[in-house]
Design a protein around this ligand. Structure first.
Ligand code: C5P
Length: 201
């Protein structure tokens, strides 16, 4: 039997950390759907056509540290506006969600478009300042040479583009439970998320 947990929210709100911990807790598989858009964005930076890149994506394209750079993130949010790119990525995500044994998918449109029937939906938020601080610390830890202001500008611009696009905009599903992680530790945010899922079971 399949069981799907949808975790959406803006950039660097803590979705990735929470999703991994929730998946490990329940023994579910985890898919970071942002990687799909980042992989397409990376191909476009190398000169590829976005729709062709989305149609021919392989699991190898989802590996690699180069997908974590702010340049690739910006490119990802630009290709994510294109309806044909989103359409090309839907089936892979839905098949992953339906896998036996349960799945956690995190992204922007999982609870609204990809898996509207998900058994549990979370919308993870935090203030832009807090999100920029966290993403900055993460990038510096990975050895990247960025300024905190650039990271804040990147996060704010991507959020605006994600919220304002016509197709599958970033918005909480009506039946999603919101978790604001601004003042929560990782442990608190994870245990809150697990509580919400347990409450739905
Ligand atoms: O989650 P992450 O920051 O890696 O996502 C990169 C970009 O991919 C986002 O800014 C967004 O534009 C796009 N994305 C999306 N739908 C998803 C996941 C990511 O449009 N489900």
């Amino acid at each position: 039997m399949s069981y799907t947990i949808a975790i959406d929210g803006p950039a660097a709100a803590g979705k990735g950390t929470i999703s991994k911990a929730v998946a490990a807790h329940f023994g579910f598989a985890h898919l970071d759907t942002g990687l799909l858009y980042r992989a397409v964005g990376a191909c476009v930076l190398l000169g590829a056509d976005p729709v062709e890149a989305a149609k021919s994506l392989t699991s190898e394209d989802l590996q690699g540290d180069n997908l974590r750079t702010p340049e690739v993130a910006q490119s990802a949010s630009k290709v994510a506006v294109i309806g044909e790119v989103r359409a090309a990525l839907i089936e892979f995500q839905r098949a992953f969600a339906r896998r036996a044994g349960g799945a956690v998918l995190d992204g922007r449109d999982i609870g609204t478009v990809i898996c509207p029937e998900a058994e549990a939906k979370l919308f993870v938020t935090a203030s832009a300042e807090v999100r920029a601080d966290r993403r900055f610390a993460e990038l510096v830890q990975n050895g990247m040479d960025v300024s905190r202001d650039t990271v804040l500008a990147d996060v704010v611009e991507r959020d605006r583009r994600d919220r304002e696009r016509a197709e599958a905009p970033l918005v909480a599903a009506q039946d999603a439970v919101e978790i604001d992680t601004s003042n929560l530790s990782i442990e608190e945010a994870v245990s809150r998320a697990i509580q919400v899922v347990e409450g739905r079971k």
